[in-house]
Design a protein around this ligand. Structure first.
Ligand code: ADP
Length: 652
């Protein structure tokens, strides 16, 4: 089966993409939102600034114009003016021209001039200029029409002569104002230029416009905007304006303003499709200048708003980035920690599995071991039983060997017992005879002999009983000379009849070995018995018994001067049932049992041939260096005092 990509990994990829998308969307949204907020705030602040600036500029303009409003009335009431007006043809206009010029200079206005009833200019402050108003008729101007009607007049428009924009105030001049139906005889007019106001506006970081009721831009901080229509003018308006000659022959083309967004009654965002302000957008506020029938507009560039917008967006974007980065790092760390925990959990589970497996293995092994242990215990028990049986068998064999030796001894013992028995009998018969002959002292002597003989028989019997006894279990300190003496005593009769010379070679003091006394005696009896058998045909039989001692060992030697052991048999003599003797004379067990006994006592039994003929059997046993009185009491019998070497001859 073909496996596809793991679904979890696929979904993780999609999840990442989704997170990335959401994060990007969040970034864009938060930046947009921040930009919106910043824009709104900046706009509000800009609007406040604009309102203030607009208010100040409007008040400045109104103040600048209004402070000259009184001047025409003041001059109209001047005597010099009225006098000249009463007789213009007869009087020299020059003094009046000079007066007007002086007032013009004092008041800081552009021009002051006097019209007669028919709107012809009689005198003017600019009498000396080539484009002087003197002689010009201004009947078409509204300021003339208003004043001649008896009112104060005001007007704005381009000068007919100068083509300069000016604001005009006018007042009627009465020669006689007492009559109720009197009409004015002339009109006094002042003209104020507006350039100085606009020059001040140029310092502001805003564009200022003043429009008339036809939306014609009459004043503007930017020169190119002047004499343009804020919004395109209709043909009728054009025609009406041409009639009034207010703006002379100016084309009054459109400013190209375009409203981008309306933010309230007098507040909107605007741009320009043509003209000098096409580069940017503006916040436009308007304010009516009611005294003049004008509207004043301020255009604040939106660049600070856009700057604030970008700044906030970037700031929030940066913050968002930092937060997202922090979040991402936190999320990564969380993910790493979770992965680590999962890994640890997996490890823990693997370890637990391994531990369970190990426990199972250990249990299995333990079970095997217990089983093996049980089998081993069984085997050990079996072996112990086998050893026990073996020991019993061996003990029985040893006993059998003893009995065999006893058999060998039987002839001698028989003789030993028969001889005193015959003597007792003879002494008893003799005693009876002595009784009959009434010789009591002789009877007593015989009875004495009988008692001695029976005691000797009891000794022999005791020796046999001792030999046939079973050994003890624990080795102890054993006197080697005492063991020799015991063995020799058993063979006493045989030695005597065979005429064997005994040589004893050992130091005068006791020599102790660590052994089982019964067993050691049995071995010595075996060796001496074999030696006697070997020397049966030797003319001068000689038995050499020796005990040598070094720091740790005691060597016991039994040597004869018989034929020795054939070389071929030397290696075999310790094998069970090896014998060179005729049936009935030997079982072939003596040496093998003796060798085993000595092995068990921690020693060894060695057979060699002597140079001068004969065999030597050597027993090497561990010496008992810490012999106690208690140990010595366990010795079968104390040695008789004898010299070393001592030679004893038994003769038949
Ligand atoms: P057995 O005396 O019944 O034969 P042993 O084990 O005591 O059994 O002796 C084994 C053999 O060792 C004897 O048959 C004999 O050939 C040899 N042997 C033992 N002692 C002597 C000795 N002193 N001199 C020569 N041969 C000996």
């Amino acid at each position: 089966m073909k496996a596809g990509p793991p679904p979890s990994r696929l979904s993780r990829g999609w999840r990442r993409l989704l997170i990335l998308l959401v994060a990007s969307l969040g970034l864009v949204l938060s930046m947009w939102q921040a930009a919106q907020l910043a824009r709104e705030q900046a706009l509000q602040s800009l609007q406040q600034d604009a309102e203030n600036e607009l208010r100040l500029s409007a008040e400045g303009l109104v103040g600048h114009l209004s402070r000259h409003e009184y001047l025409p009335r003041l001059l109209a009431s001047r005597e010099g003016v009225r006098r000249f007006l009463s007789n213009p043809d007869g009087l020299d206009p020059m003094p009046l021209n000079l007066l007007l010029d002086r007032f013009r200079a004092i008041a800081g206005v552009s021009d002051i001039y006097l019209l007669d009833r028919n709107a012809d200019t009689l005198a003017a402050s600019n009498w000396h200029r080539p484009d002087t108003f003197i002689g010009q008729n201004y009947a078409f101007r509204s300021y003339y029409q208003d004043a001649i009607a008896g009112h104060q007049g005001r007007f704005f428009g381009l000068g007919v002569q100068s083509r300069e924009r000016g604001y005009y105030f006018s007042a009627p001049v009465w020669l006689d104002d007492t009559a109720p139906d009197a009409t004015p005889d002339g009109v006094l007019v002042i003209k104020i230029l507006l350039d100085s106001v606009e020059e001040k506006w140029a310092d502001q970081e805003a564009e200022l416009l003043v429009t008339d009721h036809d939306d014609v831009i009459f004043m503007a901080s930017h020169p190119e905007l002047r004499m343009r229509a804020l919004h395109p003018l209709s043909e009728e308006t054009h025609a009406a304006l041409r009639n009034t000659r207010r703006y002379a022959d100016q084309p009054l083309s459109s400013s190209g303003i375009r409203v981008l967004e309306s933010r309230g009654e007098a507040s909107r965002l605007v741009g320009f499709e043509q003209g000098p302000l096409t580069a940017g957008s503006y916040l436009s506020l308007s304010r009516p200048l009611e005294a003049f029938g004008w509207d004043m507009h301020i255009l604040k560039p939106l660049s600070p708003v856009i700057r604030a917008q970008w700044l906030s967006a970037l700031l929030v974007g940066g913050l968002y980035g930092i937060v997202m980065l922090g979040g991402g790092i936190g999320w990564q760390r969380l993910r790493l920690r979770r992965e680590r925990e999962q890994f640890a959990e997996r490890e823990r589970r693997t370890l637990a599995q391994a531990r369970d497996e190990l426990e199972r293995n250990v249990q299995r092994r333990t079970h095997d071991l217990v089983e093996t242990n049980r089998r081993l215990s069984d085997e050990i028990d079996e072996r112990r039983h086998a050893e026990e049986r073996l020991r019993q068998t061996r003990d029985e064999l040893i006993q059998a060997a003893k009995l065999a030796v006893l058999g060998q001894l039987a002839a001698g013992i028989n003789h030993e017992l028969n001889q005193p028995l015959a003597a007792i009998r003879a002494y008893a018969e003799n005693a009876r005879t002595f009784l009959e002959r009434e010789r009591p002292e002789a009877v007593a002597g015989n009875l004495e002999q009988i008692v001695e003989l029976t005691s000797r028989m009891a000794d022999i019997s005791a020796q046999l009983r001792q030999f046939s006894r079973k050994s003890g279990d624990r080795p102890s300190a054993v006197s080697v000379p005492a063991c020799f003496d015991y063995a020799l005593r058993l063979f006493q009769t045989r030695l005597h009849y065979a005429g064997v010379t005994i040589e004893r070679h050992w130091p005068g003091e006791e020599i102790w070995v660590h052994a089982d006394p019964v067993r050691l005696e049995q071995v010595l009896v075996n060796l001496i018995g074999n030696a006697l058998q070997a020397m049966a045909d030797t003319p001068e039989p000689r038995l050499r018994l020796s005990i040598d001692r070094d720091a740790h060992h005691v060597t016991i030697g039994v040597a004869d001067n018989g034929p020795g052991i054939a070389e071929a048999h030397l290696a075999k003599v310790f094998e069970p049932f090896f014998t060179t003797k005729s049936r009935g004379s030997g079982l072939g067990l003596g040496l093998s049992i003796s060798s085993r006994i000595i092995d068990e006592l921690g020693g060894r039994l060695v057979a060699t041939n002597l140079n001068g003929g004969g065999a030597l059997f050597s027993i090497v046993l561990p010496a008992d260096t810490q012999t106690t009185i208690h140990a010595s009491s366990q010795a079968i019998a104390g040695p008789e005092d004898h010299d070393t070497p001592e030679e004893t001859s038994y003769h038949a």
